[in-house]
Design a protein around this ligand. Structure first.
Ligand SMILES: [Zn+2]
Length: 80
């Protein structure tokens, strides 16, 4: 078993949204380097974008609810 991991996924900005992925980061990296092909929780394959503005993109709703499930949290309530 690998070491302790607080959550079994990482966030990856790509394609105009912040997605979440269960892919491992490359050895020694704490992010997915720019252009890394990453499988997201919303069942897409995207290329990681590490530009300065990428972290300001909106969270992908499908990834967000999948990430909440993986983290053992209740899914987000619907918008009111
Ligand atoms: Zn997504």
């Amino acid at each position: 078993m690998p070491g302790y991991r607080p959550h079994p996924f990482h966030w990856v900005p790509a394609d105009g949204r912040r997605h979440a992925s269960t892919d491992e980061h490359p050895p020694g990296a704490s992010i997915y380097p720019d252009g890394t092909e990453t499988s997201t929780l919303c069942q897409r394959t995207v290329k990681a974008d590490t530009s300065d503005t990428a972290w300001l993109w909106e969270t992908c709703l499908d990834c967000n609810s999948a990430a909440h499930e993986l983290a053992g949290l209740p899914p987000l309530a619907g918008a009111r």
